[in-house]
Design a protein around this ligand. Structure first.
Ligand SMILES: [Zn+2]
Length: 508
């Protein structure tokens, strides 16, 4: 059977990782920079990040948080205050050791030996320690609690195998850091913010996620409990899309966040931290894009409708452009659940076909073509990105203005339904070790990258079993689902008694 040609080559089922790189490139989302592991996020990619920021920022504020900003540099001694934490990040820290450059004898710039810092500074891989040191100064009494702060920032985790959006040395994120009077309050906060992430992924990214707790082996360094949302992407691997950590009193002991309690005793505060990053863009690409390129869910699209004027003859050009501008004007004020409709008229002087394919590859939700013949008939040709590139609806201008908001809602809903159906089709319940190993072993050598999925299986709780599965299959426990019901079974690895099922998968 011959396959029709696709805009992205290779296709997803031929070489998923190369397909991913090609989608990022052809959608003009980001590119590698001269600094290894650091990406340049281009306007279309950054526009998606801005949409994500706008929605999340509103959700954080609605749940009582305020934004603040803390230093990029962390004194090395701060990192040492929490042993597990420093151990977890030590291998990927960028360290500043000098504060001045000078010319050496051969006319080349070098860090001046005389300008060596007495204490090296770590470029933040995350900010628990420096924010903890600040909170220690702010908190004296229970009256100073809770502190509910979020920071939008960049962080650096030195990366040996970088991949645009998924793993980069520098990335953008938000990190919430809260301090509370009681353990119960801090746990409630940890769960509440995971709920915010789940809702955001479902309603805005059109990505269904499993919510749950990480096993000890996958926990954030220094946390008592790490909660996460896990999404399935189109090669059936899992991607951790957001985390929320209950830090207990570990960091407040290290940083000295102490307060005089209601009973006049001195207590350590209970803290949490939670974050999502530009990795979400990678998640959206892998979850929704197809063999023709990116598909941006309408509720996070920087542009919802792109109008493509078709101007083959100079004499009709002005009339077509005027009609395109008029349509833009009328559409732009229309509200839908993702805000108001954002419309761009692409007037660039390049071929209509090329232009149309550029926007298909970028994944704009709706494309509208207007040409001289359409003007005569009083109609436009509307195409949806979630349908075949050849499919078009012919509508009058009025109908287009009227229907676009509902079409955007329909695309958003359709993307979610598709992603959910894909995940459900590839999530299985497994009880035998043999079946488990077969599920995660590629059978079809033509499509070695697409196999497996999510397995719901029993685990006894022993880290050794977890380690064995990881060594044998590169499969990890993605989460212990929040809604897991008690169910007696036998561990998929050792056969010992297990109280409930966990979700296992290969992952990014
Ligand atoms: Zn076991």
């Amino acid at each position: 059977m011959s396959q029709s040609k696709t805009a992205i080559s290779p296709r997803r089922d031929e070489d998923f990782s190369e397909w991913y790189q090609q989608v990022v490139r052809s959608a003009d989302l980001a590119e590698n920079s001269d600094v290894r592991g650091c990406m340049v996020i281009k306007p279309w990619g950054y526009g998606i990040w801005e949409s994500m920021q706008r929605v999340l920022d509103r959700m954080f504020k609605e749940t009582g948080h305020k934004n603040a900003y803390f230093p990029l540099f962390i004194p090395l001694s701060y990192m040492q205050k929490e042993a597990d934490h420093v151990e977890g990040f030590a291998k990927e820290c960028a360290v500043v050791t000098h504060h001045r450059l000078e010319l050496d004898g051969e006319g080349k710039m070098r860090p001046a030996p005389s300008a060596k810092l007495t204490e090296p500074l770590v470029v933040r891989p995350t900010s628990e320690t420096i924010i903890g040191a600040t909170y220690a100064k702010w908190v004296q009494s229970y009256r100073d609690l809770p502190i509910l702060i979020n920071q939008w920032a960049n962080v650096v985790r030195w990366e040996m195998r970088p991949r645009l959006f998924l793993r980069t040395a520098e990335f953008l994120w938000q990190e919430g850091h809260t301090a509370h009077e009681t353990e119960a309050e801090a746990i409630e906060e940890t769960e509440k913010m995971l709920g915010v992430y789940e809702q955001f992924a479902r309603e805005y990214l059109a990505v269904p996620v499993f919510c749950g707790e990480k096993s000890e082996g996958e926990r954030f360094p220094g946390a008592v409990k790490t909660l996460c949302i896990e999404a399935m992407v189109q090669d059936r691997k899992a991607i951790q899309a957001g985390t929320s950590h209950f830090l207990g009193q570990n960091f407040s002991r290290g940083s000295g966040i102490k307060f005089v309690s209601r009973n006049n005793t001195e207590e350590f505060a209970w803290t949490t931290s939670w974050g999502v990053s530009t990795r979400l863009i990678g998640t959206v690409i892998m979850a929704h894009a197809d063999d023709d390129g990116m598909i941006v869910p309408p509720k996070i699209a920087p542009t919802h409708v792109v109008i493509l004027p078709v101007t083959p003859k100079p004499e009709s050009r002005d009339a077509v452009l005027a009609a395109a501008k008029e349509l833009q004007k009328q559409l732009s004020s229309r509200p839908f659940s993702g805000g108001t409709v954002q419309v761009e008229v692409d007037q660039r002087d390049i071929g209509g076909g090329t232009k149309n394919w550029e926007w298909i590859k970028k994944g704009a939700p709706i494309r509208i073509e207007i040409g001289p013949r359409d003007l005569e008939k009083g109609s436009v040709a509307l195409a949806r990105r979630d349908q075949s590139p050849k499919e078009k609806q012919f509508l009058s201008m009025e109908e287009a203005v009227e229907q676009v908001p509902a079409i955007l809602e329909a695309i958003q809903a359709n993307l979610y339904e598709k992603a959910l159906a894909y995940r459900e089709a590839n999530t299985v319940t497994i009880d035998s070790k043999e079946e488990f190993y077969a599920f995660f072993t590629a059978k079809n050598t033509e499509k070695p990258e697409i196999h497996g999925g999510f397995a719901r299986a029993h685990w006894c709780g022993n880290p050794k079993c977890e380690e064995q599965i990881k060594t044998d299959l590169k499969v990890t426990i993605r989460c212990i689902p929040s809604d897991a019901t008690a169910e007696k079974g036998a561990c998929i690895s050792c056969g010992n008694a297990s109280p409930k099922r966990v979700i296992l998968a290969k992952s990014y």
